[in-house]
Design a protein around this ligand. Structure first.
Ligand SMILES: NC(=O)C1=CN([C@@H]2O[C@H](COP(=O)(O)OP(=O)(O)OC[C@H]3O[C@@H](n4cnc5c(N)ncnc54)[C@H](O)[C@@H]3O)[C@@H](O)[C@H]2O)[C@@H](O)CC1
Ligand SMILES: Nc1ncnc2c1ncn2[C@@H]1O[C@H](COP(=O)(O)OP(=O)(O)O)[C@@H](O)[C@H]1O
Ligand SMILES: [K+]
Length: 504
């Protein structure tokens, strides 16, 4: 499923209209009817529905939705907010068609009369503003929106909740708080930002027949990674393969202060399918790990105050390396990382404390001949970028693309909507996973799963997306079937992974 900016949506609309002859009023008919069908799943014939119609094409959709629902016997009233003359173009055409069917509408005069009208309604359909919204709500929308938000009625927004911008990095004040949003054709970026997504409520995208291939060709494409993508791309195990063909992985990390993270990464890598796994860490951690990761082999490293001080003794013949988890933040970190990046002839995944070490070495990462992957949470990413966390979260798509292309790295920016970005700026958003993952250790498990994935016969971008999907879906399966979002532990994910594998 493609994700678009407002500009990409308008460009696609324009192409369909101007190059393909799919005229604007036809698109609006398709949109309104598809939305009406989706709305029928959310309402009953007993509902009293009020459709609020704004001045632009989002309002035009409202007239098509109203006609479609009225024809099918639903109780619908329409309140048009602007004056008659202000409604132009395709929206006006559809108001005329609506009237030609013998249906009437009211015109907005005051919030008091809206209050009277809306008090009897059980469903409000929000066709006030779509992707054309600019700046804070102006009169009378700045009064209408707060009124709608305090009603008990179920609020269903069309395309996006009015007032919420389509794009990231756009400030806004006040928006409809929808219970449900029917998105037209493609979800917009704001459906995946932590400060705007909650306005959408649950959502579903409906097809209005736009030409998909226009978006497929984009180099900066952005999509949601879904289960069908995993099913189509996850490599099958060859019957005559051996442990070597399933990837020989190395995990470098752990310290006497933090032995757990490297344990979780290693166990997760093995569960996710790594053929062989070696853990390079300080001796005391090895004695802790030996009983819990019995399948692994170990390389004891030199240490200082319980932390790795040298990677001497490692022979870098691995198919994938993960470094940083539980390693601690110390002066030697940068030197260790630098050696690992130079000597590894394989993908290197850098997580946690490794990311702090990376900051001083960033300028040289691009010259590596093998993929480099970073897996920061927003705090780590903000630190790498030298921006504040709120600034990063305003524009995670932009910052991830900028960072990935500037340094030639794959970025897995973790969060409720984990975002995978390649050095050539392709992006995928993940909607699997839940708040049960917001607990120490979940990231260590993810790092292990990703290490295993990059060693399988698939491209790095497929590996990262499949790994993030497996991690999030395992959390979802576990919180549906056995656990709650309170008690879920990172270690549960490792054992729960078998359940997820069995669903695909
Ligand atoms: N042919 C098309 O382009 C199609 C568009 N569709 C619908 O059309 C929408 C986009 O239509 P428009 O481009 O007309 O945009 P809107 O429907 O968002 O309306 C924009 C208009 O609202 C007013 N406005 C903007 N910001 C405001 C603010 N802060 N306060 C008060 N008023 C404000 C301005 O007068 C502006 O011209 C989409 O979201 C979708 O619902 C669908 O019908 C599918 C086809
Ligand atoms: N609210 C949330 N909803 C969904 N996933 C989440 C949420 N909070 C955290 N996660 C996921 O949990 C993991 C946390 O990683 P991280 O912050 O590195 O934790 P740690 O290293 O302490 O284990 C990431 O995969 C992230 O996407
Ligand atoms: K809307």
């Amino acid at each position: 499923m493609h994700i678009v900016t407002a500009k990409e949506m308008y460009d696609t609309d324009r192409y369909a209209m101007e190059e393909m002859g799919l005229q604007g009023h036809l698109l609006m008919e398709n949109a309104g009817r598809a939305v009406a069908t989706a709305i029928k799943d959310q309402v009953s014939e007993e509902d009293q529905i009020l459709i609020l119609v704004g001045k632009g094409n989002n309002g035009g959709d409202g007239f098509v939705i109203a006609r479609t629902l009225l024809q099918q016997g639903y109780s619908v009233e329409v309140l048009q907010i602007p004056n008659d003359e202000e409604v132009q173009g395709d929206a006006r055409t559809h108001r005329e068609i609506y009237e030609a069917f013998g249906y009437g509408y009211r015109r907005f005069d005051s919030v008091d009369s809206l209050a009277t009208l809306s008090s009897r309604k059980t469903v409000i359909i929000d066709c006030l503003l779509g992707i054309g919204v600019k700046g804070p709500l102006r009169s009378p929308y700045d009064e209408i929106v707060p009124h709608v938000n305090q009603l008990d009625a179920k609020v269903i927004s069309v395309d996006l909740p009015s007032g919420v911008p389509a794009d990231e990095g756009v400030s806004f004040e006040g928006a409809i708080q929808a219970d449900y949003t029917v998105v037209i054709q493609y979800p917009k970026t704001s459906a995946f930002l932590q400060h705007t997504a909650p306005y959408y409520g649950d959502w579903k995208a409906v097809d209005i027949g736009l030409p998909d291939h226009l978006l497929r060709g984009r180099n900066k494409g952005c999509s949601v990674w879904t289960k069908s993508d995993v099913v189509a791309s996850l490599p099958e195990r060859e019957p005559f393969s051996h442990k070597g063909s399933h990837g020989k992985g190395l995990v470098i990390g752990g310290s006497i202060q933090m032995p757990g993270s490297v344990t979780m990464t290693s166990r997760a890598a093995l569960r996710a399918g790594a053929g062989l796994l070696t853990v390079a860490t300080v001796s005391k951690v090895i004695s802790i790990l030996a009983s819990s990761v019995t399948e692994a082999t170990f390389i004891p490293l030199e240490e200082q105050e319980g932390r790795i001080s040298s990677v001497e003794g490692i022979e870098f013949g691995y198919d994938g390396v993960a470094i940083g988890m539980g390693m601690g933040r110390h002066r030697e970190g940068k030197e260790l990382l630098e050696k690992v990046l130079k000597l590894s002839e394989s993908p290197v995944l850098i997580d946690a404390d490794g990311l702090y070490a990376l900051k001083g070495y960033l300028s040289e990462v691009k010259s590596r001949s093998y993929p480099t992957i970073i897996t920061p949470h927003p705090g780590e990413m903000a630190h790498l970028l030298d921006v504040s966390i709120p600034e990063l979260l305003e524009k995670p798509f932009h910052y991830s693309r900028q960072f990935a292309s500037r340094y030639g790295v794959h970025v897995v920016l973790k969060g409720a909507f984990t975002l995978v970005t390649t050095p050539d700026e392709k992006q995928w958003v993940h909607t699997t996973g839940n708040v049960g993952l917001a607990k120490g250790g979940s990231g260590d498990v993810l790092a292990g799963m990703l290490l295993a994935m990059v060693m399988q016969p698939q491209t790095v971008e497929l590996a990262l997306n499949n790994g993030v999907w497996l991690h999030g879906s395992t959390a979802d399966l576990l919180t549906e079937q056995a656990h709650s979002t309170y008690d879920l532990l990172a270690t549960d994910l490792i054992d729960g992974l078998s359940k997820t594998y069995r669903t695909i």
